[in-house]
Write a protein of this length. Structure first.
Length: 280
């Protein structure tokens, strides 16, 4: 496992840019809005680069989920008992999107907390603006909806024929209220017990209104207590622990190594990302 960080800085100083070039750090952006670069935490010059910027207040490491990430080896993925799954294809917005109207049509928002975004409970099918053109892809996510996955009819068939445990399939609707053929929501039926370990936590937000917690994690590094998975007889689970920045409060979705193998063997993996969950 290697951790890669993205840094941004506002200055267009030639001294800074030249320094990064001498360190053989590749600049990702050079434009009027600022610059950014990525560097591995275990690089020999990581400390030198960070020390250089300690006198430059404009440097900052992004805290968004995509700004830092772990890069795992195939062996690490092959040996993991549980892994995250994230579709790489973000497809449109849940409808109605105006003023986040979907929160009140797709979800029961009677106990929704406007501060931390917790306590939405799904009550109706999701509505898409138009039918997805799946092509060779088989998994998608919606913008704003970070803890639900939607699958193609091919993925649904593969899951059913391989007796994937702990999931159901729910229809997706068009704006006219008709069922969209060839697309289903993957409904995860089981939650694991709270088990997020402190070494994964970048920061914790305790809601001043409802008192519930949500977390930002370090570089996609997810360490969970092994006990959280006791008595789980599913291939797909969600976390009871909640995650997200200001505008999100979501569960993580984990899949078993068995399901990962099914996805790989059936070549369904062109549009999703697996990361190991470290059990301690």
């Amino acid at each position: 496992m290697r951790i890669k960080h993205r840094f941004v800085f506002d200055s267009h100083s030639k001294d800074i840019i030249n320094f990064l070039k001498t360190q053989k750090v590749e600049l990702l952006e050079i434009n009027k809005w600022g610059n950014s670069f990525m560097i591995f935490e275990d690089s020999e010059n990581y400390g030198q680069v960070i020390d250089f910027f300690k006198t430059h207040k404009e440097l900052r490491r992004l805290t968004a989920p995509w700004s830092s990430h772990c890069i795992y080896t195939k062996q690490e993925r092959d040996e993991a008992k549980w892994l995250t799954i994230r579709p790489a294809w973000d497809y449109g917005y849940p409808q109605p999107s105006e003023s986040s109207g979907y929160r009140h049509t797709t979800y029961d928002a009677s106990n929704y907390c406007e501060i931390c975004r917790n306590n939405l409970v799904q009550k109706e099918s999701f509505v898409f603006k138009k039918s997805p053109n799946w092509g060779r892809r088989n998994f998608l996510a919606l913008y704003w909806i970070y803890d639900e996955i939607f699958v193609s009819s091919r993925a649904e068939s593969v899951f059913k024929s391989n007796d994937v445990r702990g999931v159901a399939f729910r229809s997706v609707l068009s704006l006219s209220g008709k069922e969209i053929e060839g697309t289903k929501q993957l409904v995860v039926e089981q939650y694991i017990k709270p088990g997020l370990k402190s070494e994964s936590i970048e920061s914790e937000f305790v809601c001043p209104k409802c008192g519930k917690s949500k977390y930002l994690t370090k570089s996609w590094l997810l360490c969970f207590a092994e006990e959280a998975f006791e008595n789980i007889d599913s291939d797909v689970v969600k976390t009871s622990d909640k995650f997200g920045a200001e505008h999100a409060c979501v569960s993580k979705i984990f899949i078993s190594q068995r399901l990962r193998r099914i996805i790989l063997d059936n070549k369904l993996d062109t549009d999703r990302i697996f990361d190991p969950v470290q059990l301690v």
